[in-house]
Write a protein that binds this ligand. Sequence first.
Ligand SMILES: Cc1ncc(C[n+]2csc(CCOP(=O)(O)OP(=O)(O)O)c2C)c(N)n1
Length: 286
Amino acid sequence: MADRQEILRLEELAHRLRVDLCRLCGSYQGNIHMGGDMSMSDVLTCLFHHTMNIDPKDIKMPERDRFILSKGHGAVCMYITMALRGFFDYDEIVATYGKLDSAYGQHPCKVRLPGVETSTGSLGHGLAICVGMAAHAKMKKASHRVFCMMGDGETCEGSVWEAAINGRALKLGNLVAIVDRNRQLMTSFSEDSVMLEPYADKWRAFGWNVIEINGNDMKQVVETFDSLPPADSDVPTVIVADTVKGYRVSFMEKQIKWHCGSLNDADLKTALSDLTEAYEREKEAI
Ligand SMILES: Cc1ncc(C[n+]2csc(CCOP(=O)(O)OP(=O)(O)O)c2C)c(N)n1
């Protein structure tokens, strides 16, 4: 059972992440991928603040867990999560995000940002990279895990399934994929276009250990990561995280136009008030 105080701590951090995302979106002169950032905020918060063995003061620690944001368009969500964990400075992110020559690009660059494991942005590559990293770790008998965060739309890419075959064939129990199953792609709902259901069965057919959860319920998220099979087991795990795109902001939730957008002052005010209201309600329920 997850400790209530810990769930409350993580819930607060996920709230701060969403608030900081909205504040940045309100000041940035351009569009930000808010929908998919808000949907994966609980999972990223749990990974960076609870689950993963990482140290912002020792980013090359050999036994650190590895995280790859395969849905690289969610970079700013990862930057702010990492800022809240002590890797980066939020004010610097706000001041430079998306500007020419900034280290904080719209997609993450490992060369410019030490602590980021891999550059991503072209969808469909992260899982294959993770298979390689996990295979290497297994060969060396290292104890760390490799976590791969994907979008559900991203899994339309055939390369994801080639990687899934290999992850199983190489018996990579140290590999954990998370799919942000928010049921929206860039310009459509998944079931109105590519029809991914029965989604979890597809992963089962590839021989993976499949766990289905509500990815916006912090308690479930924490308990799932707390009870992963041992890293030296033989079957890779995929967590299908049922989430809501634009989570907790009334005018963003499940709205196709909020795949990517910007906030004017009035909308920012509404967003922040929605977030605070939902957070206060959630705290009472925990
Ligand atoms: C190979 C590739 N094709 C197209 C894109 C453009 N693109 C960026 S986000 C996106 C939609 C992704 O949907 P999903 O993976 O479900 O992400 P989420 O809804 O969680 O943001 C697309 C097609 C890309 N980044 N890479």
